[in-house]
Ligand binder design. Structure first.
Ligand SMILES: [Zn+2]
Length: 411
């Protein structure tokens, strides 16, 4: 995260992994390069150091971190369960000794093979500066987890929180911790339904909507509601599902294609509950199958279905989804970007999609033009997604990811 651009609390969150998925997993692995990576044992301990975090005492910082952990731990459809171990790193980690616990810089492997998950309080920001160099002026925190070769699970990771004075309130820290903790355990950024033209320099400016509209995992820390967004809950549940998740949530899945039938990867897909207003999102082809596949866990209810482009400012460190590694990646080139369109079986009328628990609803979402009729939806109970052919484009992307996938640094 970065510090505010102005007096408003605005923090830019950056990522250094190219394999990132909005509203979903941060890293993909496996033989086909499309298996979401998580910790195999969802009971995960963070090894916190014993120094202070800027103006926060160690005790105070730990108490706020515990609040952040509880946000994720209290999701009843997810098994992720994070605890704080205060005994394993019984010293102050600082600029002089941090390389014992994490990599020297962002270009190195994430961390020593010590099987610790250090939570480092960078008391004055000097670790962050040393790690990132001149780009670190406004980085509030970063996190990474590494994967053992041949595995589809994280092995160990770390979190660094910048303790420089950013004018943070306790509540701001809870959300910052929650964001970095989620990167650590494998969640990517999410754009949810936010205006994809938000900008740090133009209008609409970042954080222009209600703060509760933004997920914790938005690339900019616009949220100040001391809770998780529905999108955060769905994403964590998808990565660490309870065995009975289908008794609580339904699934919406399908393929996103252009109006001419070509796959449309790298678009932001979201649904909105027409009663509660809850929003859930995923990036099309988020598993890089070359099909435009998308999948969302949703509470039962009635929804409308939408898509737009990833905000052009959300590439590289701020990336949303697996096709946002650079400013000219798939999410940002023709036929994307698009402003927004809505699934309409009848032109001019938004189709209401009904989700039931223990059911998968398939909606093949076609067209980049809301005036074009979309294919009918189909309900099946329950299902697993089909495979897909891998496009040449996907193969090229995988080749790049083989190099960078082991480095999951995110701000
Ligand atoms: Zn982030």
């Amino acid at each position: 995260m970065r510090k505010p651009f102005n007096s408003t609390i605005v923090h830019l969150v950056m990522l250094y992994s190219g394999s990132s998925i909005a509203g979903g997993p941060l890293v993909l692995e496996g033989p086909n390069g499309n298996t979401p990576v998580n910790y195999q044992n969802s009971n995960i301990s963070l090894d916190v150091e014993n120094g202070d975090l800027g103006a926060l005492s160690n005790t105070k910082a730990n108490a706020l971190v515990q609040q952040s952990l509880n946000l994720w731990n209290n999701i009843n459809t997810s098994t992720v369960n994070l605890t704080l171990n205060k005994a394993s790193i019984n010293l102050d980690v600082n600029q002089g000794n941090y390389t014992t616990y994490i990599a020297v810089d962002a270009g190195s492997a994430p961390n020593p093979n010590d099987m610790l998950n250090p939570l480092i309080y960078d008391n004055d920001g000097t670790i962050t500066s040393a790690f990132f160099g001149q780009q670190s002026d406004n980085i509030l925190g970063f996190a990474a987890s590494s994967i053992a070769f041949g595995s589809s699970h994280f092995e160990e990771g770390f979190i660094v929180i910048n303790g420089a004075d950013f004018g943070y309130t306790d509540a701001d820290y809870v959300l910052l911790f929650a964001h970095e903790i989620a990167h650590f355990f494998g969640l990517d950024h999410s754009q949810a339904n936010i205006n994809n033209q938000e900008s740090s320099s133009g209008f609409p400016a970042f954080c222009s909507a209600s703060s509760s509209s933004y997920p914790v995992m938005y690339p900019i820390a616009c949220r100040n509601s001391d809770s998780l967004h529905s999108d955060d809950i769905s994403a964590a549940s998808a990565l660490y599902p309870e065995t009975n998740i289908n008794d609580t949530l339904g699934v919406l899945e399908g393929l996103l294609t252009t109006d001419t039938g070509n796959i449309l990867p790298g678009a932001n897909i979201w649904v909105e509950n027409i009663v509660t207003g809850e929003i859930f999102s995923i990036v099309s082809d988020y598993l890089r199958e070359g099909t435009g596949f998308y999948r969302l866990y949703l509470p039962a209810g009635n929804y409308t279905l939408h898509a737009n482009s990833i905000n052009p400012e959300f590439s590289r460190g701020s990336g949303v989804g697996p096709y946002s590694r650079t400013e000219t990646d798939v999410s940002f080139i023709a036929p994307l970007p698009i402003t927004s369109f809505t699934y309409q079986e009848t032109a001019g009328s938004d189709t209401i999609i009904t989700i039931n628990v223990n059911q998968t609803l398939v909606v093949n979402f076609s067209s980049i033009d809301s005036t074009l009729a979309a294919p009918p939806k189909q309900a099946i109970t329950p299902t697993s997604k089909g495979g897909g052919t891998v496009s040449l484009l996907s193969l090229l992307l995988v080749a790049v990811l083989l190099w960078i996938r082991r480095i999951g640094y995110k701000h």
